[in-house]
Design a protein around this ligand. Structure first.
Ligand code: ADP
Ligand code: MG
Length: 227
């Protein structure tokens, strides 16, 4: 047990350090990006090189931002929210991207309204990360179904099922680990952020896939009683 505690302490020191570094890197990154954009308007340099530089700078910026999000002491505001409303806003945000890729959302609620105590922006982010993975897992399109029903002890269960490539048994255990990705342009931070947000909401997350077709992500969250 002592060993575990020491490991956890070490990790949190490393985490703080990483957050400090991430923070320090963000400002020079922004200034670099500005100058590359300036150069782009000035055609003596091959434009495609500058485009690559810009997209790589964006990549760095995303990694740094995700890291900062993870390490920020969570100053988020928790208040009463309605789950189906939040889900619909999230689906609305992703609708055009899904449409482009022939992906359809199907929502099904056992009842409405579903009152929860949450930080709406964070919960949205958590669900966006799951839905983006589902979209990315279906290169030829398909259906993402979102099913919401009550489960035991005043908790609500959200099941998000896609018809994508699925995840093998060996890989399922790695979901949520930092930098685990199978994508060429992936960061492997999305599910780590999601897991952390769900945990902060006193929720649980689990993944199921037969490894051949489709993945189901199950979230459970505590409900609050309607006033
Ligand atoms: P990223 O999307 O940047 O790779 P994530 O943390 O969001 O990082 O996901 C990690 C990995 O989990 C993905 O690279 C992919 O291999 C796997 N994964 C997550 N969700 C799904 C899904 N719905 N279907 C298939 N694979 C998935
Ligand atoms: Mg992802």
């Amino acid at each position: 047990a002592e060993d575990i505690i020491r490991k956890a302490e070490k990790l949190s020191v490393v985490g703080e350090l990483a957050a400090g570094v991430a923070h320090e890197i963000r400002n020079p990154l922004t200034s670099l990006k500005g100058f590359v954009q300036l150069l782009r308007g000035n055609s003596t340099v091959n434009r495609s090189y500058l485009d690559i530089m810009l997209s790589e700078l964006d990549r760095m910026n995303t990694i740094v931002s995700e890291f900062l999000f993870l390490s920020k002491p969570q100053d988020s505001i928790y208040e009463g929210g309605e789950l189906t409303n939040i889900l619909e806003k999230v689906v609305g945000l992703l609708e055009s991207e899904a449409h482009l890729r022939n992906v359809q959302f199907r929502l099904h609620y056992q009842f409405v309204p579903i009152m929860i105590h949450c930080s709406e922006n964070q919960l949205k982010q958590a669900i966006i990360n799951i839905l983006k993975n589902a979209i990315e897992a279906m290169p030829n399109g398909g259906v993402i179904s979102i099913d919401v029903a009550s489960c035991d002890e005043g908790r609500i269960r959200i099941q998000i099922a896609d018809q994508g490539t699925g995840i093998s048994k060996e890989r399922i255990g790695k979901l949520g680990e930092p930098f685990f990705t199978t994508k060429e342009k992936g960061f492997g931070l999305g599910l780590m952020v999601t897991s952390q947000i769900i945990k902060q909401h006193r929720g649980e997350i689990s993944f199921y896939s037969d490894g051949v077709k489709g993945t189901t992500v199950t979230l459970t969250l505590p409900m609050t009683r309607e006033e």
